[in-house]
Write a protein that binds this ligand. Structure first.
Ligand code: MGD
Ligand code: MGD
Ligand code: SF4
Ligand code: MO
Length: 717
């Protein structure tokens, strides 16, 4: 009796929390950048974590399942905590001193033999603004290479180029989130917000409650398309043509805003002429959308007083993604539904810092503040801030995927990757893997040994969203401050510290003498001053005080700009530019054939994030989906002898993968869908073609033609 009581007493004692600490931070995943608090409880020798939401103006105190479980990867035992060197095919722990010495030696040796451009840099949209800025500076000042690009090329490049060309500025949302609730009509094209930015949903749900008419364009039914009053379930890759159909109805039936077109835009005449030759029958045939539905969508959008258009990767990740988005922007301009309350455009940004990461210089052709590396004035301004000669600034390089072509061609011999897993995220992945193997020296800076890391010669351990402080710019264009304060695990270093230390050993210390993220931000502010993405008036103190600040914000007195284009567009003549868009891409898309009869489209599911390196480590998230799947219509499955939950081989011209079938009525019969969160034999990018959009260099992730067969049958044959 006594022993039982004693045991009980000790057990309760053990279970008691010995101490509790809290860390305020932001979710590391999507562009909503939900604010959160991670609670760490120490119980005897073990630590337990849980995440709770924190109120803020964007996510209004909500978190989705990924955010709630993000601590599971950040505190996972697989986090790398020391520099790792590849020795005889395995990794050995080494000191930072040795790692830095190796980097210096290899980079210098390769550059001496093959020129400065033989070393390349590859960044990512998870990096803070400070780190994105510094990575660009590191490439241009420390390495003096022109070869730098980042994973945002696969993410925001089509929408960004389209908005830049049409409006003169690329900021995800042109107006406030709250205006969504008040708009009369909206078009959601190729965006699955319910699974990809779940905490934004209440804005759209409230719009529905207020009577907003919702038109969605997606080849699949998703949680998002449930919002729809009208779903245009088009054939993948035919958005540009579909929008021509919508425009044609708008023009033919007089839904245009003549005074807006006249006063605020250019290019209408050419569009009018172009559309006069088009036939709705042909568009309907090409897109698979009924004429009546095209007419209905156009008539409702045209007739309503206010309207907004949202796009994401469905319409953008195409070899004519730039043009397809331009056509949707044409629609806003002909109807005068931009620059007014509850009217506007939203490119739903993807990654945590997908917005800020595309503004401050990790792009091949870009300098901070959205400046151009080919513009002499811009070069002079940045060279002056950096204290170098303008002539020493490299020129523009090539896009992310094209860097791997340069590796195959022998121009690039080394690569420094910070925050990306290109083997899984690039199209034509087998070719990319071969390129990475070909490199003389590959460095991966990551929290984990990713699939790309496995091929690296050196892996440098970085910090996570719990430890690394810095600013991020969310999907609204609001600059937020991630006040991460947890102590760094093991010998990890922040990305910005790593860049400073490599620059130091390579003799460039004076350009990288930063002691904090805020220090870097203060240089970024000046570097961005006068640029399109002007952050000069934003300081850490002002961000804290105002719950984030919108750019452009040119002075310390300026309040920040929530709504764009109220008076004029950003081009020097203040006009918005419309252009004629062809029904079909200049870069031909694959067409279903006898050999490859189905369209494959790729994308995301709720519980995993991008190449899955982080979310596959989280027990709670992995449990929801342990492996990839092929979403296929039951009739199509029947035709190919595929039953539910069966291993299926999917083959394109470029390769094969094997995933399990998931029969579903929610997809077109000529189309299948596979998420891209898994690697190796489930890496769907082994199937995707290398063709790029000629304007923005976006790959066509959303259309590949494939054949499918059950693996089981094959064995029996
Ligand atoms: N859960 C989760 N959330 C995420 C991410 C994640 O990996 N997982 N990633 C983040 C990032 S980086 C990004 S970029 C965003 C992406 O967010 P989204 O772009 O919304 O996500 P996707 O699943 O890639 O594609 C969206 C939709 O496009 C549809 N689609 C496919 N082909 C076509 C087409 O030809 N035309 C049209 N109109 N639609 C088509 C798909 O059926 C899909 O429903 O999500 C962010 N949020
Ligand atoms: N088929 C197909 N392919 C696609 C897409 C698609 O829809 N279909 N979408 C594309 C899109 S939109 C995107 S954004 C890309 C993304 O593709 P990737 O760039 O490969 O993105 P992640 O999977 O996030 O890889 C990030 C890596 O960086 C690490 N990491 C995370 N945070 C940090 C950090 O702060 N610092 C450092 N140093 N490392 C960090 C992670 O552990 C992970 O290994 O994929 C693209 N590829
Ligand atoms: S994944 Fe996006 S919506 Fe979900 S908690 Fe993180 S930031 Fe918020
Ligand atoms: Mo993305």
């Amino acid at each position: 009796m006594m022993t039982d009581l004693l045991l009980k007493y000790f057990r309760t004692k053990q279970q008691q929390v010995q101490s509790e600490r809290t860390y305020d931070t932001q979710c590391p995943f999507c562009s909503m950048q939900c604010k959160m608090q991670v609670i760490e409880q120490s119980v005897v020798t073990r630590k337990r974590y849980k995440t709770i939401a924190k109120d803020n103006p964007t996510s209004e105190g909500r978190l989705c399942v990924k955010g709630l479980n993000a601590h599971q990867h950040a505190t996972h035992r697989d986090r790398i905590k020391y520099p790792l060197l590849k020795v005889n095919g395995g990794f050995e722990q080494i000191t930072w001193e040795r790692a830095l010495a190796i980097i210096k030696e290899k980079f210098e040796e390769i550059q001496k033999e093959h020129g400065k451009n033989a070393v390349s840099v590859y960044g990512g949209g998870s990096l803070t603004n400070e780190e994105s800025y510094l990575l660009g500076k590191f490439a241009r000042v420390t390495l003096k290479t022109k070869y730098i690009d980042y994973n945002g090329r696969f993410c925001m490049s089509a929408a960004a180029s389209a908005a830049n060309q049409a409006f003169g500025i690329d900021r995800g949302l042109t107006n406030r989130l709250s205006e969504i609730e008040e708009t009369d009509c909206m078009i959601l094209s190729g965006t699955n917000i319910a699974e990809c930015q779940p905490t934004i949903m209440p804005y759209f749900e409230r719009a529905k409650e207020n009577g907003t008419y919702v038109i969605v364009i997606d080849p699949r039914k998703t949680e998002t398309t449930k919002l729809a009053d009208l779903h245009l379930q088009l054939k993948p890759g035919t958005d540009a043509a579909l929008v021509n159909g919508l425009l044609k109805v708008l023009l033919d039936e007089g839904y245009t805003d003549a005074s807006f077109i006249e006063e605020r835009t250019k290019g209408f005449k050419e569009i009018e002429q172009h559309l006069s030759m088009m036939k709705l029958e042909e568009i309907s045939e090409h897109t698979g959308v009924a004429i009546a539905d095209i007419q209905k969508a156009a008539r409702v959008f045209g007739a309503k007083k206010t309207g907004m258009i949202f796009t994401a990767r469905g319409v953008e990740q195409q070899t004519d993604g730039y043009m397809a988005v331009r056509n949707l922007l044409n629609m806003l301009m002909v109807t005068g539904k931009i620059g007014k309350p509850s009217c506007g455009y939203g490119a739903i940004t993807g990654q945590a810092n997908g917005q800020g990461g595309r503004e401050h210089g990790q792009k091949a052709d870009q300098l901070p503040g959205y400046r151009s590396i080919e513009n002499e004035e811009h070069r002079a301004y940045i060279a002056n801030i950096w204290g170098i000669e303008k002539e020493d600034l490299p020129r523009k390089g090539v896009s992310a995927y094209e860097m791997f072509e340069k590796v195959h061609e022998g121009d690039i011999k080394a690569m420094f990757i910070m925050g990306s897993n290109p083997i899984v995220s690039n199209p034509n992945a087998t070719y990319v893997k071969e390129a990475l193997k070909k490199l003389e020296f590959l460095v991966s800076v990551d929290m984990f040994i990713s699939e790309t890391g496995q091929l690296a010669d050196l892996i440098l351990p970085t910090t996570s969203y719990l430890e690394d402080e810095g600013t991020m710019t969310n999907l609204e264009g609001r600059v937020t401050l991630r006040e991460a304060s947890k102590e760094k695990p093991g010998q990890t270093k922040h990305d910005w510290e790593i860049l400073c230390e490599i620059s130091r050993v390579m003799g460039k210390e004076k350009y990288f003498s930063f002691t904090s993220a805020e220090d870097i931000f203060n240089e970024l502010r000046v570097a961005s001053r006068g640029g399109v993405a002007d952050y000069y008036g934003i300081t850490y103190e002002r961000i804290r005080k105002n719950d984030g600040m919108f750019w452009p914000c040119p002075t310390l007195e300026h309040e920040g700009t929530e709504t764009l284009f109220e008076e004029s567009f950003q081009h020097t003549d203040k006009k918005g530019i419309m252009i004629v868009v062809a029904n079909e891409s200049n870069v031909p898309k694959e067409k279903a054939s006898n050999e490859f009869p189905l369209y494959l489209t790729t994308g995301r599911i709720m519980s995993h994030y991008l190449t899955g390196v982080q979310t596959r480590k989280s027990a709670a998230l992995a449990a929801r989906n342990v492996e990839s799947h092929l979403q296929i219509h039951p009739e199509t499955a029947f035709k190919y002898g595929i039953r539910d939950n069966m291993l299926v081989e999917i083959e394109s011209k470029r390769g094969k993968i094997e995933v399990r079938s998931l029969l579903s009525n929610e997809i077109r019969q000529d189309t299948v869908f596979v998420p891209f969160h898994w690697a190796d034999s489930q890496n769907v990018n082994n199937l995707v073609s290398k063709e790029l959009d000629p304007t923005c260099r976006m790959p066509g992730f959303k259309v590949t033609t494939v054949k499918v067969k059950s693996v089981h049958e094959q064995v029996n044959q």
